[in-house]
Design a protein around this ligand. Structure first.
Ligand SMILES: [Mg+2]
Length: 368
């Protein structure tokens, strides 16, 4: 197998705010695995919160390429064990390699990945669309603009979460609402907040307290009127039994756990513990989102909207129609690269009414 990797710079349509940070662009890495005349693609979406950056990804890839150069691309389990032996942690980079291997296998066999994984694409749950933190009025405006999506995930962890949730509920009375505090609350704050927020009809809430605070998670779950899901507290397979008594469900993300193989293991481990499963994502291109979407038929909930937040998605793959995930039918991941010129045209159309995004884009183009 030969490996190649190139930068994948993504610009968001507008700044995306969560409790601990503001995101405007992401530096990802595109991984290509070639064996014979078939090429598999994967996307590394590193996040500093989990100890990875584009630099660490680029530093790790030659090590992983060396470890796998003589491997059979079909032997994904062995490839994954080989990556683990060579390098601890660094799950976003391993996810990119794992995605590329699954893409390669599907292309080699001529079947879509969901078919290989035993899923029924019609069984994929609808995805939520995420509303980032803004003023209550700003969040209500975004909720109305997102009327094509029947499920909204609302980012919280502000000085007045109740006002924000009230504004969104009155803007979208029919919507299914989920919330994500991204570790912002203390356990007691979380209980108080959720008792007040419950009147807006929350389906579930992600990660109310700090990632390491499992006792806090359990404290909240025992008192909360809203089901609790672990996201930051449940990154990898070994976290599943640790959080099992503290939450109602877990959020599985390829970039946190290392790809499709370990995500499958996490889904099965969660089932064994009686936990519900949400499939989540980072803000990433249609390449990484589509890789995760192939697992959606195995999940109870989906939050696979990262590509919808981009001004310049360079790939085309899974589509979202009324919140439904329409999985590709092409072989492997079924993802196609939009040509540079076509990408540019679409980007120009998409950002026509977004001055800040246009300025970002102009500076990128200006810098070549
Ligand atoms: Mg989350």
């Amino acid at each position: 197998m030969q490996f190649e990797f190139t930068d994948l710079n993504l610009t968001l349509r507008e700044p995306f705010v969560i409790a601990r940070e503001v995101q405007t662009r992401h530096r990802h890495v595109l991984v290509r695995v070639r064996d014979g005349d078939i090429e598999g693609l994967g996307e590394a979406a590193p996040r500093a919160f989990y100890g990875e950056t584009a630099e660490t990804v680029r530093a790790c890839l030659p090590l992983l390429a060396q470890a796998l150069q003589d491997s059979d691309p079909f032997a994904v389990e062995e490839a994954w064990a080989g990556m683990e032996r060579r390098l601890g942690g660094n799950h976003a980079v391993k996810a990119a390699v794992d995605e590329a291997l699954h893409d390669w296998i599907g292309k080699r066999l001529g079947v879509p990945l969901w078919h290989l994984l035993g899923g029924n694409p019609a069984a994929a749950p609808r995805t939520s669309y995420t509303i980032g933190i803004d003023t209550p009025e700003g969040m209500a405006r975004k909720a109305i603009a997102a009327r094509a999506y029947p499920i909204l995930k609302v980012k919280l962890g502000t000085e007045d979460d109740v006002a924000r949730m009230r504004a969104i509920r009155s803007a979208r009375p029919e919507a299914v609402l989920r919330a994500d505090a991204n570790t912002a609350w203390s356990p007691r704050q979380a209980v108080t907040s959720l008792e007040r927020l419950a009147e807006f009809g929350l389906e579930l809430v992600e990660q109310p307290v700090a990632a390491h605070d499992l006792a806090g998670l359990r404290f909240v779950r025992e008192r909360s009127p809203v089901p609790i899901f672990a996201d930051e507290s449940c990154a990898v397979l070994s976290d599943v039994p640790r959080v099992a008594e503290c939450v109602d469900g877990i959020v599985v993300k390829l970039s946190k756990c290392g790809g499709i193989r370990p995500a499958l293991a996490m889904i099965h481990a969660a089932r064994a513990q009686g936990l519900a499963v949400m499939l989540g994502c980072m803000t990433e291109s249609s390449l990484g989102i589509t890789a995760a979407a192939h697992l959606a038929p195995l999940a109870d909930y989906a939050d696979l909207d990262g590509h919808l937040l981009l001004a310049d998605d360079p790939f085309h793959g899974v589509e979202v129609v009324d919140g439904r995930l329409v999985l590709p039918t092409g072989p492997g991941l079924g993802v196609e690269r939009i040509s540079e010129s076509a990408n540019q045209q679409i980007t120009n159309q998409q950002i026509a009414n977004r001055p800040s995004a246009i300025e970002n884009r102009k500076s990128e183009i200006g810098n070549g």
